[in-house]
Design a protein around this ligand. Structure first.
Ligand code: BGC
Length: 741
């Protein structure tokens, strides 16, 4: 028996008994493509078709006869989902499937730190590997088009460059564990309302400049092994079997060699699924709402209906072989990889990673008179108000809901941080949603409250009058119509009368700090009355510790907004120029035209001269940074050349801190409309008080280009450009002009 290769005994056995020697596909030193060729020769058509679709809620079959393991999927993207029953959404009731919840991806994007993204990917990948998963259903990179989208918290913001940079290390980190990332939802899934019936109408330029780059980066730079199709339609074809998105762009232009997985219940048509690039079908007809029929998996679009078409000669096997090859490639990259690490779960390192990412992602939006960090004086009392100070946020929100080993609430975190130094008092202030259950996982919290809103408010105000500081912790939650899958928000405003509570607290105490927990922008009509505002996202297991680290100054905030906070919903491009949620047709489909085009997020506010509440890239620190004059190594560049722009950044304050230095490019003369400026690079640097560092950016032709729909290619027009360098999109501190010859 050849033990040179670490092969499970059963495989070696079948190999030796069947063939007398190790077959190529079990030879770990052989090239993956040769191994695939070898398996292909051994498979029957029935075995091939079986591999294309689910056999349970989250698994698809391998080939037992040949020792090719099943593929196991798991959500994603913030932690490893608890196990459900084989063919139902109900909990399997395991006692060993609690996980560490990492901060939501909106927080990860707010770190603007690629190292944090890699740390995130490695850590969550280790948990997935330990739970024996083949594919992690994440990360999500759908662009933030409207603040109403219930799933923005699972995505990486409004800017294609930022999302592209942040997705790559996550994918690499996950896959370093021999677990595939599954980048989702490809593509144009930018709202949850009517998600199965929205037909997106968008021009090519906008598609290529705004909605595709993060997916492209995940494929070409991250090397993702799988991609999940989206629920919506594009050009009247469902994205899960969409000729343009999957065949032409993903597998054609980008040469993606991995597996396209359907979203759960996202497949609708056998012929399109065969021809238009779908490789694996999950979740069809078994949504847990309708009664299952026996052998439902055999009735999947890519099961018996496919087999029948092959048997009758209606379709050939060319597409089938391509799909199976991709699935085998996935298996050889993951479950059949000899040196696959073992992973680990619930390690202190993972909690530390979650805390570190949270600390770097929290954004200090406003800090008048340096009221933060809180340095408690003698006999200091701190009043904490708000439901989100005590509500567990890891349960809820849809498929990203988790069962955690532990979750530190903001109130607990603050008690840990200030215990002994200040008296912490808690008042509820308002009641939001007291339920705490998703998919059978219960928080076990009893948040019932019998007092009236008036009584709750009166108590909070009375306590606020006596306290030295008031910390209001509210925002959204993961309930339906908040930040939650399969529903969008009803408006930009805070729910449950929180605006009234905040305004009353501001009257009662001038040292009011508002901590907003959400994955979306919210309206802040009270902003002028509140000295400090912190954007704290959904931070996972270590939520309370991260919030306390920032409020107490243990961590100096360095997060920057990955999307704009508008003043009002009417200011948003999707709600003024664009369509949302579109127009319902006679066939029940909603046409939703992205009429705002490329002017998404800050590109829109700048073009229209609309002052946002907080701009893209904004985020304060407890220290200050000064920006020196920018210099360039040349005043002009040629088509295939580059220029280098440098400047000095100095920490002029008294605390060590991190700054995100942002490079935007502005085209001064153009034949097609262009945004005022676009993010093209950034660096996150740490500086001690008094320390100076030189930041250098290299600008290349692709940074100056736009997508020309006529040529179907990227074009950089010769002429004048400006490099704008700053601390936020609305805080440019240095600029330099140059020309493209
Ligand atoms: C979601 C996906 C998720 C899948 C499996 C779908 O409803 O859109 O993001 O991965 O369910 O739970």
């Amino acid at each position: 028996m050849n033990l040179k290769f670490f092969i499970p005994a059963v495989m070696v056995f079948s190999a030796v008994t069947l063939f007398g020697q190790t077959p190529v596909y079990l030879d770990n030193s052989a090239d993956i493509e040769d191994r695939i060729d070898d398996v292909m020769k051994r498979l029957t058509t029935e075995e091939k078709v079986a591999m294309l679709h689910a056999q349970s809620k989250f698994s698809s079959p391998g080939v037992k006869r040949l020792g090719i393991p099943d593929i196991w999927m798991t959500d994603g993207p913030h932690g490893i989902r608890p196990e459900v029953l084989w063919d139902e959404w109900d909990q399997a009731g395991w006692t060993n499937d609690s996980c560490v919840a990492f901060p939501a991806l909106s927080c990860l994007a707010a770190t603007w730190n690629e190292e944090m993204s890699y740390l995130y990917g490695v850590s969550i990948g280790e948990e997935a590997r330990y739970r024996n998963k083949t594919v992690l259903l994440g990360p999500g990179v759908n662009i933030y088009r409207t603040p109403l989208n219930g799933r923005n918290f699972e995505y990486m913001g409004e800017d294609p460059y930022l999302a592209s940079k942040m997705v790559v290390p996550y994918v690499k980190g996950v896959q370093s564990n021999g677990v595939a990332a599954c980048v989702k939802h490809f593509a144009l899934n930018n709202n949850e309302i009517n998600r199965h019936t929205s037909n997106v109408i968008v021009d090519d330029r906008t598609l290529y400049e705004i909605y595709l780059p993060a997916f492209k980066a995940a494929v070409e730079d991250g090397g993702t092994w799988t991609i999940m199709g989206a629920y919506n339609l594009y050009k009247n074809q469902h994205a899960c079997h969409n000729e343009y998105l999957l065949n032409d762009i993903l597998k054609g232009e980008w040469e993606f060699d991995g597996v396209v997985v359907s979203d759960w219940g996202g497949t609708h048509n056998t012929d399109q699924a065969i021809k238009n690039g779908l490789d694996m079908e999950f979740g069809s007809w078994t949504d847990g709402l309708s009664a299952n029929v026996k052998n439902v998996y055999d009735s999947y679009y890519l099961a018996n209906p496919y087999l029948e078409r092959i048997r009758s000669g209606e379709v050939g096997t060319e597409e089938l072989d391509d799909k199976v090859r991709r699935i085998l490639r996935l298996a050889f990259r993951t479950v059949m990889r000899q040196d696959r690490p073992f992973g680990n779960m619930l390690s202190e390192a993972h909690y530390q990673a979650a805390r570190e990412i949270g600390n770097e992602g929290i954004v200090l939006l406003k800090n008048e008179n340096n009221i933060l960090p809180i340095v408690p004086g003698e006999n200091c009392s701190i009043l904490v108000v708000g439901e989100n100070a005590i509500k567990m946020m890891t349960v809820g929100g849809g498929s990203s809901s988790l069962k955690v080993q532990r979750e530190i609430s903001p109130l607990e975190g603050l008690e840990n941080a200030f215990g002994g130094k200040a008296e912490i008092i808690y008042s509820r202030g308002y009641v939001g949603d007291v339920s705490g259950e998703y998919n059978g996982v219960r928080t076990g919290q009893n948040l019932k409250e019998n007092r009236s809103p008036e009584e709750l408010l009166a108590e909070a105000v009375e306590n606020a009058q006596k306290a030295d500081y008031v910390i209001f912790i509210g925002g959204l939650n993961k309930s339906y119509h908040q930040d939650c899958e399969n529903s969008d928000r009803a408006g930009l405003g805070l729910p449950y009368g929180q605006d009234q509570v905040i305004s009353a607290l501001a009257e009662a105490n001038e040292n009011l700090i508002v901590v907003n927990i959400s994955g979306n922008a919210v309206a802040m009509p009270w902003i002028d009355k509140v000295p400090a505002v912190v954007q704290a996202w959904y931070l996972g297991s270590e939520a309370g510790n991260s919030i306390a680290d920032v409020l107490s100054g243990v961590a100096n905030p360095s997060g920057k907004l990955p999307f704009t906070f508008p003043v009002a919903l009417e200011d948003c491009p999707a709600h003024s120029a664009g369509e949302y949620p579109g127009t319902k047709r006679n066939d029940g489909i909603w046409d939703i035209e992205y009429k705002e085009g490329i002017f998404v997020g800050y590109r829109w506010y700048e073009k229209e001269n609309i002052k946002p509440l907080f701009a893209f890239g904004h985020g304060l620190s407890y220290t200050e940074f000064s920006y020196g004059k920018a210099s360039a190594d040349s005043k002009s560049m040629t088509g295939d050349g580059s220029i280098t722009v440098s400047l000095d950044i100095t920490n002029t304050g008294k605390t060590t801190g991190k700054e995100v230095v942002q490079l935007y490019i502005s085209d001064m003369k153009f034949s097609l409309p262009r945004p005022e400026k676009e993010l093209k690079d950034f660096r996150k640097i740490e500086l001690e008080p008094g320390e100076t560092s030189t930041v250098t950016f290299t600008i290349e032709k692709e940074d100056l280009s736009y997508f020309d729909p006529e040529k179907h290619d990227w074009v950089a027009e010769p002429g004048k450009f400006k490099a704008l360098i700053g601390s936020a999109s609305d805080d440019i501190r240095a600029e330099i002009s140059f020309a493209l010859e």
